[in-house]
Write a protein that binds this ligand. Structure first.
Ligand code: PMT
Length: 222
């Protein structure tokens, strides 16, 4: 039998994309499939944790978890996370949350009239940064999806958002990242780092969760 080091602990995981409505039939979205976040939820569950999975709209079936919350927008994901984070021991943000949403959502389907159409965007809340700013707070693990300068951007996000750990992946390349079966990660924390080579996301999630558990158990209560 596998050891259950997270027995009695609550782990909150975000997964998938968000959709930001433009009008009743259109949205701004991204290519996240939910694979990485779902694999993490499964791996935490296998270690005995009560997993709360907050997911944006994805095509794949969700794993069996203690609570599944399905949301659409960044604002809904933020509300779902904030309503549950007080009880969480560990928070992992694997979702690809839209940084911006349309300032206005058209009540009716926008008609094809002008040659150019401008959609004004406003900033969404940064869910990860908001969780990290709480006191007390869970052990906080963020992701960084980057097309270049992976380590520099990840270090900036680790310190800028005040995280305990960050898992950085290259996106927009041939292999790994969004909507791929495999992924590779560079994981950073204060005083250490670890590189996981390209492998199937369930296997990668298993290894990342072992690392998170190790750091979480070694950390002082926040
Ligand atoms: O779903 P898959 O197809 O399996 O793809 C997996 C993945 C590539 C989506 C995943 O591994 C990943 O990198 N997720 C984070 C994607 C992302 O939005 O990264 P970012 O660098 O833009 O954001 C940094 C961190 O802040 C992330 O933890 C993100 O969840 C969080 N964030 C970002 C914006 C926001 N408004 N709120 C947030 O919480």
């Amino acid at each position: 039998d596998r050891p259950r080091p997270l027995h009695g602990r609550r782990v909150l995981v975000t997964a998938g994309p968000t959709r930001e409505a433009i009008d009743p039939v259109r949205f701004i979205g991204n290519r996240s499939s939910g694979r990485m976040g779902f694999a993490l939820a499964e791996a935490f569950g296998a270690r005995g944790a009560d997993v709360i999975l907050v997911t944006g709209p994805v095509a794949r079936p969700a794993p069996a978890v203690a609570e599944l919350v399905q949301v659409e927008t960044a604002l809904e994901m933020d509300a779902a996370v904030m309503a549950r984070v007080a009880d969480a021991d560990i928070f992992v943000a694997a979702a690809a949350v839209a940084d911006y949403r349309p300032a206005e959502v058209a009540a009716d389907k926008i008609k094809k009239q002008m040659d150019e159409l401008v959609i004004r965007l406003v900033k969404n809340p940064d869910i990860l940064a908001r969780v990290a700013a709480r006191r007390p707070r869970p052990f906080v693990v963020g992701f960084a999806a980057e097309t270049s300068q992976l380590e520099q951007h990840a270090v900036a996000k680790l310190h800028g958002k005040g995280l305990d750990m960050i898992a950085a992946n290259q996106v927009g390349a041939e292999e790994g990242g969004f909507d791929a079966a495999d992924n590779a990660l560079l994981v950073l924390w204060a005083g250490g780092q670890h590189s996981f080579p390209l492998m199937p996301k369930p296997q990668l999630a298993d290894r990342l969760v072992d690392l998170i558990v190790e750091r979480y158990l070694a950390s002082t209560p926040r």
